[in-house]
Each structure stands twice: as structure tokens, then as C-alpha cells.
Ligand binder design. Structure first.
Ligand code: ADP
Ligand code: MG
Length: 263
């Protein structure tokens, strides 16, 4: 399987994380509630530029909520979130700026079914970045080549496999030239034979020095790419460390239990 293939390899990509400059993402004691349910509890996390962070944890632990707060698809109620130097606030201009700089890829690919692959990729650059159509198409073709599906450009999402659709979703996000990419379980809706092609695309992206936060349970990927693995449970960051420490030397019973369930 994809997981064992990647787990069998030694990490190939040296850390590119630049810890000297300002953090790409800063979360400081972030709290969030849905009604009376406390879903993020004092979450503090610094992500350096070019750092790759993998987030794992049981279902319902707040992983999606945390990354959705980072591009303000959700709002936190307490604490601070600073993305590329911009404090997330109710200021609409800052919201716009955040959305341009932070690309997101979801479990369900969220492509527009009535638009071709190419049009899916050029929509935001044309309408949000005001890029001329020809330029946007050239850019989209460049990214479709990088994710290895340029021949699918004129097709509709429904004509593609799940793995191909997810690679389109990645190319589409990259067309906005984001500084940061967030992935929320990008392979968990895919058939096993398609997982590797999407993970390979993410490895390629990591290799370019992109700052990434990936929610995934693909531990082979985490071992190969992550500078840091963050384990969440019940709205808290319970442990964080380099992959070797998290996987081979878990400190808490909660992480030990989680690892015994997924490995
Ligand atoms: P994970 O991604 O780790 O599975 P989530 O961030 O999706 O966890 O969810 C954390 C908790 O918040 C869960 O208990 C979930 O049921 C709840 N939750 C998530 N989204 C909403 C929402 N829009 N409204 C109310 N509760 C929500
Ligand atoms: Mg989730």
C-alpha cells in the first residue's frame, strides 16, 4: 500500500523550516466553542516558514476546526491567530488577504462540477487576483503539469478519478500562489490505489519549501515529510514533536492508545 511504501523509505527531504524569521502561522491560546461545546482548548502553535506540520488525532478532536480557523472559515472566540504577520480579526480586508495567501484542500475535493478542470483552476486567479484569462490559463496548465494531469484540462471533474480530482484541487489552490497550504484529510475519501498519487503530489509540494499543515493519518507521509507531528485529542494539543519521537516514544496514554489504533 501507499502507506507501507512510504514508511519503508528514509526521510528524503531535509527540513526547510526557517525558524529565524517571523512565524508563518502563530496560534496563541486559541479557544473556540460551538454553543456550549468547548472544541479548541488553549491551542498554541507556531509554524515556521517552510515548516511542514502533520496534525493527527481521533475523530472529533478539533483538527478540522483548528485549520478552518487559520483561514477563517471558522472564527475563534479567545486567543490570537496571526497568519503571515496578519492578525485575524473581524476586519474584512484582512479576511480577503488571508484567503489569498492560504490555500486549502479538503477531504471532499470541492471542485465545481459544471466547470472544466482548467476553468476550475482559472476561476479564482481571474476573479480574485484579476489576472488576464490567457495568463491564468498558462499558469493553470503549468500547475496541472506539476500535478501530472495536463491532459485532463478540458474534462469535467466527474470524468476524473478521485485521485485525479484531488490533484486538480491541489493545482487549483496553487494557482492562487498561496504562501501556506492547509490540507484536511486529503486522502481519506480515496481508494487505496489513489492515495499514493496524491501523497506524492504533496511530497513534491513539500520539496518546494511550501509551508504546510496537513491533517492526515498517513503516517508514512508524516515520517517522510513532517518537521513536526502534532497530536490532538478532545480539543487540546496533547503532544508535539519530530515524527520519530511521536511514533516511537509517545509520552501520554492518549497518544499510545491512538497509535495502537491506527498503526
Ligand atoms: P476532527 O476534524 O478532529 O474530526 P472537528 O474539528 O471536525 O474534529 O470537530 C470538533 C468537534 O466540534 C466535534 O465534536 C464536532 O462534532 C464539533 N463540530 C464541528 N463542526 C461543528 C459545527 N459547525 N457546529 C457544531 N459542532 C461542530
Ligand atoms: Mg476533520
Amino acid at each position: 500500500s501507499a502507506t507501507t511504501d512510504m514508511a519503508g523509505q528514509e526521510p528524503q527531504i531535509a527540513s526547510a523550516a526557517r525558524t529565524d524569521g517571523p512565524p508563518a502561522i502563530l496560534l496563541d491560546k486559541v479557544n473556540k466553542w460551538y454553543g456550549s461545546m468547548h472544541v479548541l482548548r488553549d491551542i498554541s502553535l507556531n509554524v515556521a516558514q517552510s515548516e511542514r506540520v502533520v496534525v493527527c488525532g481521533p475523530s472529533g478532536s478539533g483538527k478540522s476546526t483548528m485549520i478552518r480557523c487559520i483561514n477563517r472559515l471558522e472564527q475563534h472566540q479567545e486567543g490570537r491567530i496571526v497568519v503571515d504577520g496578519m492578525e485575524l480579526s473581524d476586519d474584512l480586508r484582512s479576511l480577503d488577504a488571508i484567503r489569498r495567501e492560504v490555500g486549502m484542500v479538503f477531504q471532499s475535493f470541492n471542485l465545481f462540477p459544471h466547470l472544466t478542470v482548467l476553468d476550475n483552476c482559472t476561476l479564482a486567479p481571474i476573479w480574485v487576483r484579476r489576472m488576464p484569462k490567457k495568463e491564468a490559463e498558462a499558469l493553470a496548465m503549468d500547475y496541472l503539469e506539476r500535478v501530472k494531469i495536463p491532459e485532463q484540462a478540458r474534462k469535467y471533474p466527474g470524468q476524473l478519478s478521485g485521485g485525479q480530482q484531488q490533484r486538480v484541487a491541489i493545482a487549483r489552490a496553487l494557482c492562487m500562489k498561496p504562501k501556506i497550504m492547509l490540507f484536511d484529510e486529503p486522502t481519506s475519501a480515496l481508494d487505496p490505489e489513489m492515495i499514493k498519487e496524491v501523497l506524492d503530489t504533496m511530497v513534491m509540494l513539500a520539496d518546494t519549501g511550501m509551508t504546510m499543515i496537513c491533517v492526515t493519518h498517513e503516517m508514512g507521509f508524516a515520517r517522510q515529510v513532517a518537521d513536526r507531528v502534532v497530536f490532538m485529542d478532545r480539543g487540546e494539543i496533547v503532544e508535539a514533536g519530530v515524527p520519530d519521537q511521536i511514533f516511537n516514544d509517545p509520552k501520554t496514554e492518549r497518544l499510545k492508545t491512538f497509535l495502537s489504533q491506527i498503526l
